[in-house]
Ligand binder design. Structure first.
Ligand code: ATP
Length: 243
């Protein structure tokens, strides 16, 4: 929430106190109370992590909806350097290429920016380390997850620390829809439910389509399609099963 700051000096407080007929100290306190009650003084920051191999339209839409529905001051998209839960399953594109694709894909999303914090850190990319690094005293963190990712929360590193560092915000994912979103979240974790128009798109399916020579227009931003072609990604992914 944007906070408007007007620097006030002692003279200003003296003048305000004489207008209001109260002491200078009380004038100071009242003004502080007004600002705090309007904003609670905390920045609202969303964190949206993923492998993004490649980023697609559901990712972009989810990011824009998160900024809107959670009234975020900032959304940080974190690209996993070493997505430890996916390593070994398939070939992962180089982090710098996934970073470049994300920078172009999320550019139109207001208040969003893409961070390489997990790429610069060596070793497996654990969300808990990212949240610790992004935590600040005057910041409320929201961790954005599709419901498939939320369902696996208890398999993460230090999951309860993750939940205490950030409010977990869960988006529905087509094909994974539970009766209630909360049902997807493991027991013992608090989460808020957000809304998302169901888009049946996944990075797995995009990779498979590229490998099979099928079109990906409309499923990824045009700039991502160009980067996929430029870096000759996913040519061997025709056999990957789609979601
Ligand atoms: P893959 O198919 O390779 O597993 P993915 O499409 O799930 O990839 P990720 O980079 O793993 O993409 O996802 C990052 C985050 O975006 C996760 O929290 C995931 O749940 C969410 N997400 C991805 N696609 C969708 C979608 N279609 N609807 C809602 N959430 C999604």
């Amino acid at each position: 929430m944007p906070v408007g700051m007007i620097p006030l000096g002692l003279k200003d407080y003296a003048e305000i106190s004489s207008w209001l007929g109260i002491s200078r100290r009380l004038a100071e306190r009242r003004l502080v109370c007004v600002v705090v009650s309007q904003t609670d003084g905390r920045r609202r920051v969303g964190v949206f992590g993923g492998t993004f191999d490649p980023p697609h339209m559901a990712h972009v839409l989810l990011a824009a909806e998160a900024v809107h529905q959670l009234d975020l001051d900032e959304l940080i998209v974190t690209v996993a350097g070493v997505p430890w839960q996916k390593v070994g399953e398939r070939q992962i594109s180089p982090p710098e290429v996934r970073l470049a694709m994300c920078r172009s894909a999320f550019a139109p999303v207001e208040r969003a920016h893409v961070s390489d914090i997990e790429i610069r850190r060596s070793g497996d990319s654990y969300t808990v380390d990212t949240l610790v690094a992004l935590s600040e005293p005057q910041t409320t963190l929201f961790l954005l997850l599709g419901e498939d990712a939320a369902a696996g929360l208890d398999s993460w590193r230090r999951p309860h620390d993750v939940a205490s560092l950030a409010t977990i915000a869960v988006f529905p994912r087509r094909g994974h829809r539970q009766n209630a979103l909360r049902a997807a979240v493991p027991k013992g974790f608090e989460a808020v439910d957000l809304e998302l128009v169901g888009l049946e798109v996944s990075s797995t399916d995009i990779r498979r389509r590229v490998g099979a020579g099928e079109p990906i227009d409309g499923l990824v931003p045009a700039s991502v399609k160009s980067l996929v072609a430029q870096h000759e990604l996913y040519s061997g992914a025709a056999g990957e099963s789609g979601r």
